[in-house]
Design a protein around this ligand. Structure first.
Ligand SMILES: [Fe+2]
Length: 248
């Protein structure tokens, strides 16, 4: 498997490139509109063809690159089936493997950050790789104070679906705001300040409910735009219009 971790700096989003060496089929997990052209240039340089985009959830902090990439490269848009997005070409669910050539992607239903959030588990032949979306971040986790978020639900998702994985499983989050790129299940079980060292549910819920985080600056246009797989809404503020002006 060919693998790259790409970054979109404005929203500190990580996009993951996974490509099957046998078939050349390639997927981008959580692509960002702002970097869609960059991603395609990279694929071109690597001699790869984009087959699919795969989102973990309806993002609130950036517009997905799914729609732009489909119009530029004929890739298919893949989302959790439970989102029931008319713009998606394929829906994925836990229990059904999504195949990209020989790569097997196992969706894990992990609500709590949003009610439809999915993470993706891949075995690259030697290692398990968890693309944890916004559920589990490095020494953090996704916020639970908007978009049908719920801290107790997130706690159970992380414990049941992630902390039950082998300790050496690699954790690749959707975001990191300090430039950290990778973790492991063992490290998060031990070091995560919100969930580590078996922090009890009640403490986690109290901690999440007391975070008092600022209102996400792009949420008002990102959520409706991402319900259309990353379409730029008309009412997008001028300072964020840049990537939309290239819309096709
Ligand atoms: Fe998110």
């Amino acid at each position: 498997m060919i693998f790259r971790q790409l970054q979109e700096p404005d929203s500190c989003t990580y996009t993951y490139l996974l490509s099957c060496e046998t078939t050349g089929k390639t997927v981008l997990i959580d692509p960002v509109l702002d970097t869609a052209e960059r991603d395609l240039q990279l694929l071109d340089k690597m001699g790869l063809r984009l087959s699919y985009t795969l989102d973990t959830h309806i993002h609130a902090d950036h517009l997905s690159g799914a729609r732009r990439l489909r119009s530029l490269s004929s890739s298919q848009i893949v989302y959790p089936a439970v989102d029931e997005l008319p713009c998606a070409d394929i829906g994925v669910s836990e229990g059904s493997v999504f195949r990209v050539g020989t790569i097997e992607i196992h969706p894990l239903f992990t609500p709590g950050h949003t009610d439809h959030h999915h993470a993706y588990l891949v075995n690259n032949g030697t290692q398990q790789m968890l693309f944890s979306g916004d559920a589990l971040l490095i020494e953090a986790c996704g916020r639970t104070d908007f978009q049908s978020g719920d801290p107790a639900t997130l706690y159970h998702s992380i414990h049941k679906k992630f902390f039950s994985l082998p300790d050496e499983t690699l954790v690749y989050p959707c975001h990191d705001y300090e430039g950290r790129r990778i973790s492991t299940i063992a490290q998060e079980k031990q070091r995560n300040p919100r969930l580590g060292k078996n922090r009890p549910l009640a403490e986690f819920v109290a901690l999440m409910n007391a975070l008092d985080l600022p209102y996400p600056r792009k949420i008002d246009f990102a959520v409706p735009g991402n319900q259309l797989c990353g379409q730029c809404p008309d009412e997008i503020p001028e300072k964020y219009r840049g990537p939309c002006d290239k819309d096709v």
